[in-house]
Ligand binder design. Sequence first.
Ligand SMILES: NC(=O)c1ccc[n+]([C@@H]2O[C@H](COP(=O)([O-])OP(=O)(O)OC[C@H]3O[C@@H](n4cnc5c(N)ncnc54)[C@H](OP(=O)(O)O)[C@@H]3O)[C@@H](O)[C@H]2O)c1
Length: 331
Amino acid sequence: MAAKLSFTFQFPLEKPSKAFQKKPSLALSHQSYCDGFGFSKKNSGFRGELSVKVNALQEEVIQSTTSETTLLSPTTTPSSSKLVLVVGATGGVGQLVVAALLNRNIKSRLILRDPEKAVSLFGNQDEEKLQIFKGDTRNPADLDPSMFEGVTHVICCTGTTAFPSKRWDGDNTPERVDWEGVRNLVSALPSSLKRVVLVSSIGVTKFNELPWSIMNLFGVLKYKKKGEDFLRNSGLPFTIIRAGRLTDGPYTSYDLNTLLRATAGQRRRVVIGQGDKLVGEVSRLVVAEACIQALDIEFTEGKIYEINSVEGEGPGTDPEKWQELFKTPQE
Ligand SMILES: NC(=O)c1ccc[n+]([C@@H]2O[C@H](COP(=O)([O-])OP(=O)(O)OC[C@H]3O[C@@H](n4cnc5c(N)ncnc54)[C@H](OP(=O)(O)O)[C@@H]3O)[C@@H](O)[C@H]2O)c1
């Protein structure tokens, strides 16, 4: 079921240059698993890197309560030596990952199809903090080695709809995105990486069984599993996070300031599983936070986790609580 919620939109950040400026809309769409696996966007013809500038937004958001799962770090984080490549950064989970990285002063680099969309989402940020490259993961030629120079960690949250939709335009199907795109990306990544986190889906190991076979009618689970397997066999240090049905967002029309204030509402308690037995929903905020936390938890390397979130108190951004959660998954 799709629901729409209107809210007052403020664009507190320095305006992007005219060439990349885009009028944001005021609606928040809440997408179901069945329409699912995201939303679409066409190429803008941009090629290259954007530079961006920091502003005062963090001061404002840091005052917010941390009792809910917001994207805020509990304390001001010193700048990090990480350079995190986020692929799928304009998507529901991806944009929350980027917002959380920016808020933690962690440098990020984005490879995406529509840089204009990134500017309208993240504003003008300092090039030292956020670098944007145009690329389509379906095209190996787009994934130039220079894009990966200096990258220490990768979070991949690309995806498309499970069923035919406008987002499949130009052959952007699960086979092309979840399998070929992931394969191309993984093949292009340098072996020096410290971690590659791939967002996948619960049910990928059971795509032939009901009810998963319905979701898999057009192959989304099968192709996600192929993408997972390619990463697992790549020799790269990986963590796979299989999400349940996604809730909260995608906040496709939010700016960074608003993204940082998004909360997981009541659904803050995190349930982590292994063995693809977990069934349920998970807030996109929780998935984004899990990806970021997994980068620093050594024992999550080489592991696959399922993730849900349910009503109750959650770990927020506390690394120790996340460590505990990953340590004791439900089997
Ligand atoms: N929806 C669910 O309930 C559900 C459940 C379990 C797992 N998942 C998976 O969880 C992940 C995150 O989901 P989400 O809903 O947050 O994602 P989403 O909103 O669908 O975003 C997908 C992202 O992938 C990018 N992308 C698509 N095709 C691409 C291509 N050819 N090259 C480069 N980038 C491409 C999109 O960019 P554009 O802006 O250019 O389109 C967008 O940034 C996805 O892997 C999804 O399949 C979803």
